[in-house]
Design a protein around this ligand. Sequence first.
Ligand code: ASP
Ligand code: MG
Length: 475
Amino acid sequence: MIVMKFGGSSVANAERINSVISILQTRIENNENISVVFSAFQSVTDSLIDIGNLALKRNAAYKSKLKTLTQLHFEAINELNYGRDISILQYKAESLFDELSEILHGVFLVKELTAKSLDYIVSFGERLSCTIITESMINRGIDCEYLNASQIIKTDNDFGKARVNFKLTNRNIKAYFKKHKMIQIVTGFISSTEENEITTLGRGGSDYTAAIIGASIDADAIEIWTDVDGILTADPRKVADAFSLKSVTYEEAMELSHFGAKVIYPPTMLPALDKKIKIIIKNTFNPEAAGTTIVEKSREQTTDSASDISNDSEEFFIKGISSIDNVSLIRVQGSGMIGVSGIASRLFTALALHKINIILITQASSEHSICLAVLPEHGEKSKAILKNEFRLELLDKIIGEISVEDNLSIIAVVGEKMRHSPGIAGKIFMALGDNAININAIAQGSSELNISLVINKDDLSKALNAIHSKILKRQ
Ligand code: ASP
Ligand code: MG
């Protein structure tokens, strides 16, 4: 069995849904055994949240927005089934919209929108998309069945981002799939508590649904269909030569997605990875492209040749270059800090207490200065917090200065094979040096998976392209 998942952009309108159905038809003709998870149509989840909040505020505009949403779905129904009988589908969609408008009316009346009712409201996105797709496929003579995954994926009652009860869920999924041999069209993102109240798995949760189901039924592969050719070496809007990788390791995927390449959110893939199920990222708009396979380990690290996951992680030392385009750098420096313990710990605690996320940390072994990168909106605030925390040290000149510098970017160069390979950092610095790009700070995690460089924002595009052309050549 292969579990395929199509996200919102793949089902944005009738035309796109038609291409998805053709992709599925090809697979069915090849006698492949598939199950397909779908998200809500593009931006429908956002609209539902918006409509819920308008109803809460007693803003009558919620009704017109609901009408627009209804029209959008009915347009898809009509276009997808042109010349065919839509009476069953029409009835099902109307029932869903009736239920939704009743709930919204309730929110409007009682002026209360709990996390629980919001989950219920957003669940209509996936229930509608999957109902429409299932019926439109049946109308084309394809045998398939609608599966509301909230009936089998069981969670706690942390509405909005519920935690899965895997024991119960796996048991349900196995039992369900044993009985249902037809192609399942599965609602992503939604789940339910043991009391059968609808919950959701967190935004973007359809990937997670696919991974949970795939892991539970020991799928041969999980395919995440999106709108790019897989995981790319760099953001193609910034680096013209960016290309898609045949394979990356799970850890590389984690690093790359952390720094902006948001093709998937890797933690959601964990259930599948734990079971060594192959994960392939594919492009709905270019189905012929091979896509990217996420493997467990790169070749030389793998000893288990019987592993289910192919070990053909590409021979590149570097898998990708990504960036966080706008950061501020806080610099705490002073000769009095040398050998004094506790400064770093106080610094991190003070910022953590104010919920400021630190993106990157560097301290040279001279201990003369500590640099931290934070989001620009936290720059001045962090400086003020630290000035307050270290006011005595500043008075005593143990700390000379706390400064903040804006308009900087972080470039992250990611690749597992950088480990044990000397010379990569040298090449990176040479690429920057040759282009007269100044480096403000450098950090390398001890995992050696990622080298991060802080540079001026103005140099970002030049730097990304220079590094890419120096160390990433298409095979
Ligand atoms: N429809 C949900 C969302 O937009 C889940 C998903 O797209 O994966 O967050
Ligand atoms: Mg989505």
